[in-house]
Design a protein around this ligand. Structure first.
Ligand code: ADP
Ligand code: MG
Length: 362
């Protein structure tokens, strides 16, 4: 296993890239610590597979270097990087039995049959496929084929990293939930560095100790699942995490004070730096409360949805849609109300990036 460092990485699929828009990866500096459980989270097309393929060596980056424990592997082919990669769709040999499929990566490395047997049995047990070991892979259901594909990625204990690229796409929803917890458990037992790529926040947050969030070829935040919920480094992360996502409201900043419509908003703390650019206030629906006629932002309720544990209120304030999540009583559609934003959770973003600092002030 190894620490993996991506240094000044850029990648374009075009022969003569010009602007940033021509790059699938704009500029990536990232260190994956040895033994970590990481998720790489972002919408389709943001560059996740490109990044994985650069780590595995299937792609050579246009610029920058890849280091495994400080050894430069940028020019090494995949076979010499000692990594395991599991793809979206099963990669198995249909004519072989399940046992031989799982044994393949070990035999390929010339391991003793004793060791092969031991590892195959252990992985088969973890994935609950022990009863299928003699079945020919061609006869398996798509779910089970993908399980075997994952097993092939996990069977070697000497790899630098195991990478999963949206591996649960073809899996049925019920089994998906089970496999996700299983992978987490496997990480704890196998202790290999794992990078799990997904566009699904639930998958990312249940699997990973650290989540790397990408948007449009850039890393916008790296943090624990708790960090990602509590302080969004970028409005994109706020939109992406939770349901509904963070409210992002246009505002004006005058003399270090943020105004939404004509209402002054109390921010969590002072601005990190005064700057030019598009100013927005971010507040999660969990931290918006509603009263009949308080001192807050005047609004009209448009819709109230009961989603079981709580109610989601959609209100309109200064022509903007604001969501609030309420635990108890909720107003009715059409009501005139005022919205209170919890101060410690009300943050300023400039051009998408967090610009207020916690604490300070009264
Ligand atoms: P993700 O895995 O997050 O969905 P990808 O890494 O596959 O994203 O793609 C990132 C961007 O690069 C997308 O705009 C995609 O269209 C483009 N891209 C991916 N693969 C290729 C390719 N082989 N040739 C040209 N463009 C590609
Ligand atoms: Mg992809």
């Amino acid at each position: 296993m190894a620490q993996i460092k991506l240094s000044n990485l850029r990648h374009s699929y075009r022969p003569d890239p010009r602007g940033d828009d021509d790059y699938a990866l704009k500029k990536i500096d990232l260190t994956w610590e040895d033994g970590g459980a990481y998720a790489l989270l972002g919408p389709s097309g943001c560059g996740k597979s490109t990044l994985l393929n650069i780590i595995s060596g299937l792609l050579v980056p246009s610029e920058g270097r890849i280091l495994f424990d400080d050894q430069d592997v940028t020019a090494l082919p995949p076979a010499r990087r000692n990594i395991a990669q599991v793809f979206q769709f099963p990669v198995i040999y249909d004519t072989m039995t399940v046992y031989d499929n799982l044994a393949f990566p070990l035999r390929n490395r010339g391991r003793d049959e004793d060791i092969v047997r031991q590892r195959v049995m252990a992985i088969a047990e973890m994935l609950e496929v022990s009863d299928m070991l003699n079945t020919r892979a061609a006869n398996l259901s798509p779910d089970n084929k993908q399980k075997i594909s994952m097993g092939r990625g996990l069977v070697r204990e000497d790899v630098n990293v195991v990478m999963f690229d949206e591996p649960l796409t073809v899996i049925d929803p019920h089994l998906k939930w089970k496999l996700r917890s299983k992978l987490k458990e496997l990480h704890q037992r196998v202790k290999a560095t794992m990078i799990y790529v997904t566009h699904d926040q639930t998958e990312a947050l249940t699997f990973a100790d650290q989540v790397v969030v990408m948007q449009d070829g850039e890393v916008v935040q790296i943090g624990t699942p708790v960090d990602l919920f509590e302080r969004h480094a970028h409005t994109f992360v706020g939109h992406f995490i939770g349901s509904p996502g963070m409210n992002v409201l246009p505002c004006d900043v005058r003399g270090g004070v943020a105004f939404f419509g004509d209402k002054e908003l109390d921010l969590e703390g002072p601005l990190a730096k005064a700057g030019e650019g598009r100013a927005e206030v971010g507040i999660r629906p969990e931290f918006v409360s509603i009263s009949g006629n308080g001192p807050g932002v005047p609004a009209t309720v448009r819709k109230v949805s009961d989603v079981g544990r709580h109610k989601v209120v959609e209100a309109i304030a200064f022509d903007q849609r604001v969501h609030a999540i309420l635990e108890g009583e909720a107003p009715n559609a059409g009501d005139a109300v005022t919205l209170e934003f919890k101060r410690s959770q009300t943050r300023l973003y400039m051009d998408g990036w967090l610009a207020s600092t916690p604490g300070g002030g009264a």
